[in-house]
Design a protein around this ligand. Structure first.
Ligand code: DOR
Length: 434
């Protein structure tokens, strides 16, 4: 049955659209966008007062499966995405076994199909077993449809090997390296940002240069090898300067920032302890400000959550022993709407570009747009809806967050993927995979 979405304001920067229009969805695609589309014989949604945008696309998610299903499963992560207004996600390969083979990639895809909610794109490993010793089988991964490659939290230390890998990947059309830029010789043993607060708390620090030195190395190697580089979760003002340098040179480099690095400083560790333990660590306000400015200026192109769920019991361990990671899929859109859009720091178009259009363009997806003919992947926003972050209500298995109790204004109220409504008023819908 056709679906008619009526009365909403439609914002789609991919076709410079910001207008009150009706949307007709047929056979999983956007069939038409126009004023007063006839609704007879359709499933009608009255969306007066709401905003329809291209569905959010998250390039940085940890689904934990295979291997760590006590933290998250593909099904629970997909539900969290649907609840958060995310229609497509890229899942990181730090699973057990890691996604370094076509078999693991296929296993992830089939679980995602069974979950039947959002589109799931596995990120392939850069090295076999993510051990940093020899390249993964890129031919097999690429043939299996993988376009993003990363060793995630275990960056390749050997620059010679990384250069060879970059050169090899530069031969694969559309391949993108997602780089977790961290110089482990500088960060090893650290548990939070090295600065005043780490000294106060007597915790071993991770200096900002551990990230910035690696960002510089990765950009220079990518330039020399001619590979497309996407810098994951950058967190320092100095990293921004390197990204800006790369852009001035016209290099194919993009950079991403997470909501937690935009909205939290290392002060949060004093209050929230291990809930605010994340890698890269939360930085001082000067870095946060530089990240927000860079997002506004387009130096940082992309927002991604780095949704990194862990069990509650793990986060209750003493700070030094607790794992790094913050759950993000269900808080990202409300936080971004409240903390950037409502405050006038970034307009809605800027947010949609960073969290939908540009990720789609970078990864060659046909989503991130509401153009007729495109898959009907969209998110409906209610900017008036106010609420509090309640981790106990997350669909994610990780029901904790340093944002617990934050007041947010602006929520995703409907998520549609391929013409199927997968979330309505915060409730994930029962849709079966095919
Ligand atoms: O905080 C983090 N957690 N940063 C990473 O890079 C990895 C992630 C995880 O897998 O838990």
């Amino acid at each position: 049955m056709k679906i008619c979405l009526k009365g909403a304001r439609i914002i789609d920067p991919s076709c410079q659209l910001d207008q009150y229009l009706d949307i007709m969805v047929a056979e999983g695609r956007i069939a038409a966008l126009n004023v007063n589309l006839p609704a007879e014989g359709t499933q009608l949604f009255d969306l007066s007062g709401k905003i329809v945008v291209p569905g959010f696309i998250d390039l940085h998610v940890h689904l934990r499966e295979p291997g760590y299903t006590d933290k998250e499963t593909i099904a629970s992560g997909a539900e969290a995405a649907a609840a958060g207004g995310v229609t497509s996600l890229f899942c990181m390969p730090n699973t057990s076994p890691p996604a370094d083979s076509a078999e693991v990639v296929e296993q992830i895809r089939s679980e995602a199909t069974a979950a039947g909610l959002v589109r799931v794109f596995p990120v392939g490993a850069l090295t076999r077993g993510r051990l940093g010793k020899e390249p993964a089988d890129f031919k097999a991964l690429y043939s299996a449809g993988v376009r993003a490659f990363s060793d995630d939290g275990s960056p390749v230390e050997d620059s010679g090997l990384l250069y060879r890998i970059f050169k090899e990947l530069s031969c694969y059309d559309g391949a993108v390296v997602f780089s977790h830029s961290e110089d482990l010789s500088l960060s090893r043993g650290g548990v939070m940002h090295e600065g005043l607060i780490s000294k106060l708390l007597k915790q071993p620090g991770i200096p900002a240069v551990a990230e910035t030195a690696a960002v510089a190395r990765d950009i220079l190697l990518a330039q020399a090898a001619g590979v497309r580089l996407h810098l994951a979760h950058i967190s320092t003002a100095a990293s921004v300067e390197w990204v800006s340098w790369a852009k001035e040179k016209g290099l194919p480099v993009t950079a991403e920032v997470t909501p937690h690095h935009l909205f939290l400083t290392d002060e949060a560790v004093k209050i929230d302890g291990a809930l605010a333990k994340v890698n890269p660590p939360l930085r001082p306000e000067t870095d946060c400000r530089a990240l927000r400015r860079a997002l506004l200026d387009g130096i940082i192109d992309i927002i991604a959550t780095d949704h990194a769920p862990h069990q509650g019991s793990e986060k209750e361990l003493p700070f030094r022993d607790a794992p790094f990671g913050i759950t993000g899929l269900e808080t990202a859109v409300p936080l971004l709407l409240s903390g950037l859009v409502q405050k006038g720091l970034l307009n809605l178009s800027g947010l949609i570009q960073a969290f939908s259009c540009r990720p789609a363009r970078l990864m060659g997806l046909n989503t991130g747009t509401l153009r007729p003919g495109a898959p009907a992947d969209l998110t409906v926003l209610d900017l008036e809806a106010a609420s509090f972050v309640e981790p106990g209500r997350f669909y994610s298995k990780a029901k904790h967050s340093p944002f617990a109790g934050w007041k947010v204004c602006g929520l995703p109220v409907l998520t549609m993927v391929g013409g199927a409504v997968i979330m309505k008023q915060g409730v994930v819908q029962n849709v079966t995979g095919s």
